[in-house]
Design a protein. Structure first.
Length: 600
C-alpha cells in the first residue's frame, strides 16, 4: 500500500518499545500489532510508528491513524504527525493530510522541508491555495502559497508568481478588514443585558410548561440548572415532553458543565418512582459520576410505583423499560396498557357477548384506541414503535388518525406534535409520508411543506432513486392507495419546476461552493466544478449515495467522514455533510473528526 514506505522511513534505531521496531523491520506485522496492543502504556515515538505501520499492513487504518495522532498529541512527537499526514495523503484524504502538514510546518518548518514527501506537500499546498482563491478566501490562499515558497522554493515558477501577485490585493484587503472586526466576545455590560434577557425568557417558559423550557433550551443551545433538568426528566416520565424520549445528546446538553452531584441532589427531591426514573436517565449520560450500580433497584422501584394505577398511568412503564435497555418490555408495557383503553364491544344480536380484544402489535387494534389528552402522545409513540418493527404503513395510518382526532378533541399539544412528526419524517428521508401527515393538519402546514417535499423528490430523482417505487412511496401507497398519488402528483410536479439544488442564496461564502446537483451528477462539468472547490468528486458522490442508502448506518457515517477529510480546502463539504452526520446521530464519527481537525 502506498504510504507504508513513508511510515517505514520514520523507523530508525529502536529506543523505548524497541521490540516493536525490531519486529517491524522483520515484517512480522501480526506480532507487532499483538505486542503493541498488549503494552500497558501506549507505544511512543518510533515504537508508535512501528505499531501504526503494522496496523496499516493488517488493514486497520483507522486504528493506525489514532495511534499516530495520540503519539503526537500526548507525546509531542512531530515525526508521528508527519507519518500521519503521509498516511492520510496516501489514502486520498488530502484535506486532512494538508491540514496536518501545515500544522507541522507551523511547529518546525525543517521537518517538512527535509521530508521525503516535501514535493507532494507543495503540490497539495498549491492546489489548496487555488481552491481557496476560487472560494474568495484570498488571505488563506496567500498564506498557503507563502508556505509553498518556504518548503519548496525551487517549485515557484512564473505561473506561481503570477498567481501570488493576483492574490495580494484581495489578501491585503481581507487582512485589513479582519483587523477592524469587533471582538466576538461581548463586553461585560452587553453580556449582562443578554443574560438578563435570556433569564426573563426562561422564567416565562417555566411559568408556561416544561415543554416550553425544553424548546427554549434547544433554540438557544443553553445549559439548564440542575433544578430545571430534574423538572424536565420528571415531565418526560409523565409524558409532558411529548411522544418518544429525549435523546441522550440533548439531555447531556442540558446538564452541560454542571456538577452531576448537583443534578442528583435536585432529582432526590422528586416523588418516588419519578426520582428513580430520573436517576436512570442521568446514569445513561453521566454514569461515571453517579452510583450506576444502583440501576436495578431504581428500575424495580420505578416499576413498583406504577402498579394498580390504571392503563394510562401504567403505560409510563415503557419508558422505564426502554431506559433499562429492555425494548421487548417497553413494547409489552405500551401495547398492553393501550389495548386496555379500547371500549368494550357491544354484544351481538345473538347475545354471544363481548368480542375479545385483538392481540398483537401489528393488528389494527391500535386504530380503535380513543384519542384523548393522555393517550395522544402514547399513540404517537406506538406509531414510532410500529415503524421500527417494519409496519410503516400502519404507523402512518395511526399518525393521521391520532392527529385528526386530537384536533377534534381540542387537544392543545396537537399542532406542535404534528409539526414534529412531519419534521421527523423529512429528516428520515420520507418526504411523501411527511406530506401525508401534513395534509390532515388544518392551516398552512401543507403549503409550507410542499416545496420541501418537492425539493426532496427532485434530489432523490437526481440521485437515481425512483419517485414512487422507493420505500417511502411504497409505504404511502399501502396506507392511502393510488388515489393519493393521483391527487398530489400534479401539485408536486408544479412545485418542483425550476428548482435549483444549490446550497443557499445571497452573498454568503458557501454560495461559491458547487451546487448540490454537481455532487450527484457524474458528468465532466460537475466533476470539474467539484475539483475546482477542492472536493473529491468520487468521494462526494459516494458519500451522498451512502446517506441515501441508509443514513444511520456505520457505512454511511464513514463515507460522509471521508467527504470532509478529502475536501482539500475543508470548506464546501461541511454545510452538506455535518448536518447529515448530526441527524444520523453519528456522534462517534463527529467526535473523531473533531479530534483529527483540532490539530489542524
Amino acid at each position: 500500500m502506498a504510504g507504508l514506505g513513508l511510515l517505514a522511513l520514520s523507523l530508525v534505531l529502536p529506543g523505548c518499545g524497541g521490540s516493536l521496531v525490531r519486529l517491524a523491520k522483520r515484517g512480522d506485522w501480526e506480532a507487532v500489532a499483538r505486542e503493541g496492543r498488549a503494552m500497558k502504556a501506549p507505544p511512543r515515538d518510533r515504537a508508535a510508528r512501528a505499531f501504526a505501520q503494522a496496523l496499516v499492513e493488517l488493514g486497520e487504518v483507522d486504528e493506525a491513524r489514532a495511534v499516530l495522532l495520540r503519539d503526537f498529541r500526548k507525546g509531542g512527537h512531530e515525526a508521528s504527525l508527519l507519518a500521519l499526514a503521509d498516511l492520510e495523503r496516501s489514502l486520498g484524504l488530502t484535506g486532512m493530510a494538508t491540514a496536518h502538514y501545515v500544522r507541522l510546518a507551523s511547529l518546525d518548518l525543517d521537518d517538512v522541508q527535509t521530508a521525503a514527501s516535501a514535493p507532494e506537500v507543495c503540490v497539495l499546498l498549491e492546489a489548496r491555495a487555488r481552491a481557496e482563491a476560487r472560494l474568495d478566501q484570498a488571505l488563506a490562499a496567500d498564506l498557503d502559497m507563502r508556505r509553498m515558497a518556504l518548503v519548496c522554493p525551487d517549485a515557484i515558477g512564473e505561473a506561481q508568481r503570477d498567481f501570488m501577485a493576483s492574490l495580494r490585493p484581495a489578501a491585503e484587503a481581507e487582512a485589513r478588514a479582519q483587523r477592524t472586526l469587533a471582538p466576538l466576545e461581548p463586553s461585560a455590560p452587553e453580556r449582562a443585558v443578554l443574560e438578563q434577557a435570556l433569564d426573563e425568557r426562561l422564567q416565562v417558559a417555566r411559568r408556561r410548561n416544561p415543554r416550553a423550557v425544553m424548546n427554549l433550551a434547544a433554540a438557544e443551545g443553553m445549559q439548564l440548572s440542575p433544578e430545571d433538568v430534574a423538572m424536565l426528566l420528571a415531565a418526560e416520565f409523565t409524558g409532558g415532553l411529548g411522544p418518544g424520549m429525549v435523546s441522550s445528546r440533548r439531555l447531556s446538553s442540558w446538564i452541560g458543565s454542571s456538577d452531576p452531584q448537583a443534578v442528583v441532589k435536585a432529582i432526590e427531591g422528586l416523588p418516588a418512582g419519578v426520582r428513580e426514573y430520573a436517576l436512570l436517565r442521568l446514569s445513561g449520560v453521566r454514569g461515571d459520576d453517579i452510583d450506576a450500580g444502583a440501576r436495578q433497584g431504581w428500575i424495580v422501584t420505578a416499576m413498583a410505583t406504577l402498579d394498580g394505577e390504571g392503563p394510562q398511568e401504567a403505560a409510563k412503564a415503557w419508558r422505564v423499560a426502554a431506559v433499562a435497555g429492555d425494548l421487548s418490555g417497553a413494547e409489552f408495557a405500551l401495547t398492553t396498557n393501550l389495548r386496555d383503553l379500547i371500549p368494550p364491544v357491544e354484544p351481538t344480536p345473538a347475545g354471544t357477548g363481548e368480542v375479545p380484544k385483538p392481540m398483537g402489535t401489528g393488528s389494527p387494534w391500535a386504530l380503535r384506541v380513543p384519542v384523548d389528552r393522555r393517550s395522544f402522545d402514547l399513540l404517537l409513540t406506538l406509531a414510532r414503535l410500529l415503524e421500527l418493527r417494519g409496519d410503516a404503513a400502519l404507523a402512518l395510518t395511526l399518525r393521521r388518525k391520532v392527529i385528526v382526532e386530537g384536533y377534534e378533541a381540542g387537544l392543545a399539544q396537537v399542532a406542535a406534535a404534528a409539526a414534529e412528526e412531519v419534521r421527523r419524517q423529512l429528516v428520515l428521508g420520507h418526504p411523501l409520508q411527511a406530506l401525508a401527515i401534513a395534509e390532515v393538519v388544518p392551516g398552512p402546514l401543507t403549503e409550507e411543506v410542499l416545496p420541501v417535499v418537492a425539493s426532496a423528490r427532485e434530489l432523490m430523482r437526481a440521485a437515481g432513486v425512483a419517485d414512487d417505487g422507493d420505500a417511502d412511496g411504497t409505504v404511502v401507497r399501502q396506507a392511502l392507495g393510488e388515489s393519493w398519488f393521483a391527487g398530489w402528483d400534479p401539485r408536486l410536479a408544479g412545485a418542483g419546476q425550476g428548482l435549483s439544488l444549490s446550497l443557499g442564496s445571497g452573498d454568503r461564502s458557501d454560495d461559491r461552493c458547487p451546487a448540490l446537483e454537481h455532487w450527484i451528477d457524474p458528468g465532466p462539468e460537475s466533476v470539474d466544478a467539484l475539483k475546482a472547490a477542492g472536493l473529491d468528486p468520487q468521494r462526494a458522490r459516494a458519500g451522498l449515495e451512502a446517506a441515501f442508502a441508509g443514513l444511520g448506518t456505520p457505512e454511511a457515517a464513514a463515507a460522509l467522514a471521508g467527504v470532509i477529510e478529502s475536501d482539500l480546502a475543508l470548506s464546501c463539504s461541511g454545510p452538506v455533510v455535518v448536518p447529515l452526520l448530526f441527524e444520523a446521530l453519528a456522534d462517534g464519527t463527529l467526535a473523531t473528526l473533531d479530534e483529527r481537525l483540532i490539530q489542524a
